[in-house]
Design a protein. Structure first.
Length: 135
């Protein structure tokens, strides 16, 4: 099983994981890391490493971050490797997809999460009134 770590600015990571568990129930091998104002880079990186080790179940870890270029993703990228993949732009549909699709190739699972997250970003008026593209 592929482990999941959600790392965001502020309490977003905890809120996303708590909400996902409310919808689909508890899932093993999931952790969060929150970056708060005043946290030192070394401490955040240590928290990320601890979280990755805690959820590593042998098939790798997907690190979900809120936005590319921010502290959570920049530090997560330092862990990128054969057994760790980083996906930015985390949203609830992406996390739910990971909860139900955590077997297989790490890269393929990360790409599936990205695509599911993208597919669930919609402008309701466009969708409901047939205006423009939905993806």
């Amino acid at each position: 099983m592929i482990g999941v770590v959600v790392c965001t600015h502020g309490p977003l990571a905890e809120a996303l994981l708590e909400t996902a568990k409310m919808i689909v129930g508890d899932f093993p091998a999931c952790a969060t890391v929150s970056v708060r104002q005043g946290d030192g880079m070394d401490a955040i990186l240590a928290d990320l490493r601890t979280a990755v080790r805690a959820v590593q179940a042998g098939d790798g870890v997907v690190l979900l971050c809120d936005m590319f270029g921010g502290t959570p993703s920049n530090l997560s990228l330092s862990l990128l490797g054969d057994d760790v993949e980083v996906v930015t732009g985390v949203n609830l549909p992406m996390l739910l997809k990971l909860f139900t699709s955590r077997e297989g190739d790490l890269g393929a699972v990360a790409a599936l999460a990205r695509e599911h997250g993208r597919q669930n970003i919609l402008v309701a008026g466009e969708l409901l009134h047939g205006k423009g593209k939905t993806a």
